[in-house]
Design a protein around this ligand. Structure first.
Ligand code: AMP
Length: 523
């Protein structure tokens, strides 16, 4: 099958050819002809299957007729995260290069003013996260009754993030006569209910099962002691062992606090690493992602929330620094590698506490995962960490060799714990070449260290800003949902996620201080 047999317009076909694509993927072949006919589509497909083009290409073809009116977008695409929304925008720019499309991106972390201006000009394509879209609507800057095509992307992820009530509200604001294109990697009962309510006789296209892992991925479990320094040492050893075979890798952690900690540790040991987590501001996230995509950054430490659904082509390795608590996350994580038939490797670091999660994963994927170098029965526990390390200061003698450690440690950073430092020294003794291979250029390294230092001192200098955050956010909590008895995120969790997805760091009223508050008071 070729793209030209799908019914796309010549201008769109030319952009597809320029993008270098010759054969439509199964989801594209299945969805595009129906979408062009104006039918509702239910696409059950994961990221990596080409599903974005499956809705973007027919939308651009259909948008060739008609034009946008102020504050009345013609099409609306809902995405669960800012990164996904920005990715979809990139797709519209790439495939719409022969069109003059007005695209508006409504995401948190960016000022309302710019977004208002784009809406005012009239948007052909509106790409939004649910929270920010509703904010605009409540401010009276947006009318949804001109929307002809509605896309709901990554619906199961929306469910995970507690966005379903918002999606329902938005669906009710858009005319009944619209066309709806709906995509989800899995179909839990809540999602099925949503499709029954809002889709009209949809054409169902299913391209892969969420519980399957690609055969092109070599999966391994790696034993480790359960202390953080043991796990960090295990990870560093693995990275060095893989050496040049690592083109680029994502390292997944379960919690954002671990993302930040591991990132700092990797930088300290001079690996070429970046981090992606929900607390970073939008521009930092986008810059980090761009660096990784462009091959300027080799290792990306990320949480599931920050990374799920991101289109990062051709990742050679996935490291699970933590075993995912929810087994389906394992499938999503390792699905970042071994794409489009390429080979990939995944390593999952397992401690004695993780046995039940590994069992659940193996049950879900229907196969046993091999151990890399012996199972947990062969783990040698480390000598202990900081707690039993000799204290300096109050007259405690310096240990021999301590000075070397101190000299290796960048100034102003935490001293590696004893076992960590010893392990590190041993690893460096056996693999100096691999260490160098993973090193960033010194100017980049300096810039990144400066950024960490600046971030730390900013935190110290602005305690009141840190205090603004609700306790729930300040606590180092699992990113997994707290769920009610039916397995749905509870209200507090939904609110937390909404904040996390949309928190743009605005203080108080931000740019929108009501006029009466600006009137000078009389003393
Ligand atoms: P998606 O599932 O939309 O995130 O797309 C995954 C990746 O596949 C993206 O990098 C696309 O650029 C790429 N892609 C989309 N369609 C095709 C195609 N027909 N042939 C080859 N690559 C494609």
């Amino acid at each position: 099958m070729t793209f030209s047999s799908l019914g796309l317009s010549p201008k769109v076909l030319s952009a597809v050819t320029d993008a270098g694509y010759t054969t439509p993927t199964p989801i594209q072949a299945g969805a595009i002809p129906h979408a062009l006919e104006g039918k509702d589509v239910l696409g059950i497909a994961q990221t990596g299957t080409g599903k974005t083009a499956a809705f973007v290409l027919p939308m651009i073809t259909r948008l060739e007729k008609g034009r946008a009116r102020a504050r009345m977008p013609r099409t609306l695409i809902l995405e669960p995260t800012r990164e996904l929304a920005a990715q979809v925008e990139e797709n519209f720019i790439k495939y719409g290069k022969n069109h003059k499309l007005n695209i508006a991106l409504l995401i948190g972390g960016v000022s309302f003013d710019e977004q208002d201006k784009k809406l005012e000009r009239g948007a052909d394509v509106l790409i939004a996260t649910p929270g920010r879209l509703l904010d605009h609507r409540e401010r009276g800057k947006l009318l949804l009754n001109g929307v002809e095509i509605l896309v709901i992307d990554e619906a199961d992820r929306m469910l995970d993030m507690g966005f379903i009530p918002d999606i329902e509200r938005i669906c009710e604001m858009i005319p009944f006569t619209r066309q709806t294109l709906f995509f989800s990697a899995t179909m839990p009962p809540e999602i099925t209910k949503l499709t029954e309510k809002f889709l009209h006789a949809p054409v169902r296209i299913e391209v892969s099962k969420a519980a399957s892992t690609a055969t092109s991925i070599t999966q391994r479990l790696v034993k480790s002691g359960n202390k953080p320094w043991d796990k960090r040492e295990t990870l560093r050893r693995l990275i060095r062992e893989e050496g040049d075979a690592i083109k680029n890798a994502i390292i997944f952690c379960n919690r954002k606090v671990e993302v930040a900690e591991l990132f700092r540790s990797l930088i300290k040991y001079e690996f070429d690493a970046g981090a992606l987590h929900g607390d970073m501001d939008q521009s930092a996230r986008m810059a980090m992602l761009k660096g990784f995509r462009d091959g300027k950054l080799k290792l990306l430490v990320a949480s599931d929330v920050a990374a799920r659904g991101l289109d990062i082509p051709d990742v050679s390795h996935v490291f699970n620094y933590d075993v995912p608590i929810h087994s389906e996350d394992y499938v999503h994580r390792i699905g970042r590698t071994g794409r489009a038939g390429r080979s990939g490797k995944s390593f999952t670091i397992v401690t004695r506490n993780d046995a039940k999660y590994v069992d659940a994963i193996e049950k879900l994927i229907g196969q046993k995962i091999e151990w890399h170098d012996g199972d947990l029965s062969t783990v040698v526990q480390s000598e202990g960490g900081e707690d039993d390390a000799p204290r300096r200061g109050r007259g405690a003698p310096r240990r021999a060799g301590r000075r070397d450690d101190a000299e290796r440690k960048p100034r102003g950073e935490r001293r590696p714990r004893r076992s960590e430092a010893a392990g590190e020294a041993a690893a460096e003794a056996v693999a100096p070449a691999e260490v160098r291979a993973a090193e960033p250029r010194s100017d980049e390294r300096r810039a990144r260290k400066d950024a960490i230092r600046a971030e730390n001192s900013e935190r110290r200098a602005a305690p009141e800003r840190a205090e603004r955050k609700p306790a729930a956010e300040r606590n180092e909590r699992l990113e997994r949902p707290r769920r009610d008895e039916r397995g749905r995120p509870d209200r507090a969790e939904q609110n937390r996620r909404q904040r996390e997805a949309d928190d743009d760091g605005t203080v108080g009223f931000g740019d929108d201080v009501p006029a009466f508050m600006k009137i000078a008071g009389r003393v």
